[in-house]
Structure formats: structure tokens, C-alpha cells
Design a protein around this ligand. Structure first.
Ligand SMILES: [Zn+2]
Length: 354
């Protein structure tokens, strides 16, 4: 034995010890890694068993699984989700997760499943799956953003704000998201009285991270005087629809008459009547194309014109007939684009966006 092993004082002995230690560490981390992966799979299976499959008309339960099916089934699940066939998409995703062995691939489908639950309005299920994903991969930005949307839709603003911290740590720009959530929290805060809420909203108007449109819209609901006093005529293009649909009784003609843009808007609307001379001055004064066109038409004697509004998302480019604070399609914030179209006037009963 003495001939095989080097002597204690031989440098070769130290090298041999180091090599043995490296081998032990490598083998034990390989074994531990395998055990961990196996535990993950088991806990995921146990977790997903809680989500019962509802009937969707797809007979996939007894379908034998083959790995070549993964890609087409993933695409099919995505197509079902896009078409609003959420239960079919959910069942397909659950089938894939159950049968796929590769954990990384499984994670992608879990994300899809969470997104489908979110779209389908199963917010608590979406939350559970997103927390499960984050439990295993805490640095998953997409999951953090989706969780944020889920908490916002659940009106759990404190939890949504808590999600900001890991996003910040991951280097994300979160000022607008934070302002958006804080404004939601303020608008829904039942503990604040009317006056306190108005004061806080007015205080936020100077902060560029806060959405001017949402604040002014809320002020028009809470306190007309504050809304008119704090209205910034240079930003009316972002609230043109809110102004257009204000009931006649909510208008402040002193403020409207003192501003060219506001005068043009309410002259175009038909709420403001002016003498011939100031009328001429209104032409092309608002710099809002449809307003200037209607003003010109009215001065030319055509009173039969109105505006219809639609709303686009600057991120996903989808259009919607109603306004939004978060895009209903891609959940983007600060993405609303107001599109005004000149239309023939129809007799209508008073309608307000507030
Ligand atoms: Zn969008």
C-alpha cells in the first residue's frame, strides 16, 4: 500500500486529495441535481392535478402522446387562445405539461397556461400558476409582469406594488408601472374622503409619470371646479373624447371662452355660440384636425357633423370601440391612442364618458 499511495509529505499526495475532493463534489452535485429535478416534476404534477379539466369537446385525454405532437399542439393551443376558445387551449396545455419530460419546455407551456387563465378571467388560477413558476424561477420577468396584471385586475394593488421590487432588481424601468398602480390604488381608496382624494389627484398632475388623462377624468367625476381649474389646454388632445361627451351642465363657459382651443372644441360641439367675428378667429386654432374641420364646416353653414371616437393601442396596434387604461389585448399601459372620425350627426340622448 505504501508503494501505491504517495507519502504524506509528498506534494503528489495533496494533489491526489484535491482530485478526490473534486470528484466527490461533482458526483454529489450531479446526484442532488437529479433528485431536485425529480422533486420539481413530482411537485408540479401534484400542483397541476388541482386544476380539473373542464369539458371542452376535445378528445385529448386518451390520445397517445408522441414528442412530434408537441409543436403542432402548442400552436393549436395558441390558436385556440387567440380565438377566445380558452377551455380548449387550457386542456391542451394541461395535456402537454402532463406528458412533456423536459422541464424547460414544460415551463414555457406553464407560462402559456397562466396567460390563458388570465385571458379567460380565471385570475386566481393564473395567480397560482404564476407563483409556481416564480417559485422555481424567481427571475422570470414575463411571469412577474403577468402577476402584476393579475393583482391589478383583482384590485389587490398592494400585492401588485410588491411585484415592482423584483422587477426593479432585474433592472426594469418601473416608474410608469408604479405610478399607474399607485393611481389605481388612490382612485379605489375608500378610506380617503372626497376632498383628500381631489387634493391628492391635483398634486399628481405635475408628475409626468402619472397619466394626465386618468387624473382629469377622475377630477371631472369628483370635482368639476378642480377639473376645469387644472385643465391644461395644451394636453386636450389626450382628453378630447372626455370633453366632447361632457354634459352641458358640466361646462365652465368662463374657462372655455378664455381659451382658443377649448372655444373651438365646444363651438364645434355646438355648446358654445359666438358672434361672427370671433368665429373667424376659431378657424384652425385648435390644431386638432377634426375640430378645425368641423369649425370650418359650421362657419360654412353645415351643422350636421359630429365626431365618433375609437381607441388604438400603440403597442399591439389593436383597435377598440371603448377607452381603456390597460390594453385589453396586450395589457400595455400608457398605450391608448384616441382616434377621432368625423361622422354625420345623429339625434342622441345625453351620453358622457364619466
Ligand atoms: Zn395592446
Amino acid at each position: 500500500m505504501d508503494n501505491i499511495l504517495p507519502a504524506y509529505d509528498d506534494p503528489l499526495f495533496s494533489i491526489l486529495i484535491i482530485v478526490i475532493l473534486i470528484l466527490i463534489v461533482a458526483i454529489s452535485s450531479y446526484v442532488m441535481g437529479n433528485i431536485k429535478e425529480e422533486r420539481k416534476k413530482k411537485s408540479l404534477k401534484h400542483f397541476l392535478n388541482r386544476f380539473n379539466r373542464e369539458k371542452s369537446g376535445l378528445e385529448i385525454e386518451d390520445m397517445p402522446f408522441e414528442s412530434r405532437l408537441i409543436k403542432p399542439l402548442k400552436l393549436l393551443a395558441f390558436a385556440f387562445k387567440s380565438q377566445g376558445e380558452y377551455q380548449k387551449a387550457i386542456n391542451l396545455n394541461l395535456y402537454l405539461i402532463k406528458n412533456i419530460a423536459n422541464f424547460q419546455e414544460k415551463k414555457e407551456i406553464l407560462e402559456q397556461l397562466a396567460e390563458t387563465y388570465l385571458k379567460a378571467g380565471f385570475l386566481k388560477r393564473a395567480e397560482e400558476i404564476l407563483l409556481e413558476i416564480l417559485h422555481k424561477h424567481a427571475r422570470n420577468k414575463e411571469a412577474l409582469y403577468s402577476l402584476n396584471v393579475v393583482y391589478e385586475l383583482l384590485h389587490e394593488y398592494d400585492k401588485a406594488l410588491e411585484v415592482i421590487t423584483p422587477l426593479k432588481l432585474l433592472g426594469e424601468e418601473t416608474q410608469y408601472l408604479e405610478a399607474h398602480l399607485k393611481l389605481n390604488k388612490l382612485l379605489n381608496d375608500k378610506r380617503l374622503n372626497h376632498k383628500e382624494k381631489v387634493e391628492k389627484l391635483v398634486g399628481l398632475l405635475e408628475n409626468n409619470f402619472y397619466d394626465y388623462r386618468r387624473i382629469i377624468k377622475a377630477l371631472f367625476q369628483l370635482d368639476l371646479d378642480s377639473a376645469w381649474r387644472n385643465l391644461n389646454p395644451s394636453k386636450v388632445d389626450s382628453i378630447i373624447d372626455v370633453l366632447w361627451f361632457l354634459p352641458l351642465s358640466n361646462l365652465n363657459f368662463d374657462i372655455i371662452s378664455s381659451d382658443k382651443i377649448l372655444s373651438a372644441i365646444f363651438f364645434a360641439k355646438g355648446s358654445l355660440t359666438l358672434d361672427e367675428k370671433p368665429k373667424e378667429k376659431l378657424i384652425k386654432k385648435s390644431n386638432i384636425f377634426v375640430i378645425d374641420t368641423i369649425v370650418s364646416a359650421k362657419i360654412g353653414g353645415n351643422d350636421n357633423v359630429d365626431i365618433t371616437f375609437s381607441y388604438g393601442c400603440s403597442r399591439c396596434k389593436q383597435h377598440f370601440p371603448i377607452a381603456f387604461t390597460r390594453c385589453p389585448q396586450c395589457y400595455a399601459i400608457y398605450a391608448i391612442q384616441i382616434k377621432e372620425t368625423i361622422a354625420k350627426k345623429r339625434s342622441q340622448i345625453g351620453y358622457s364618458l364619466l
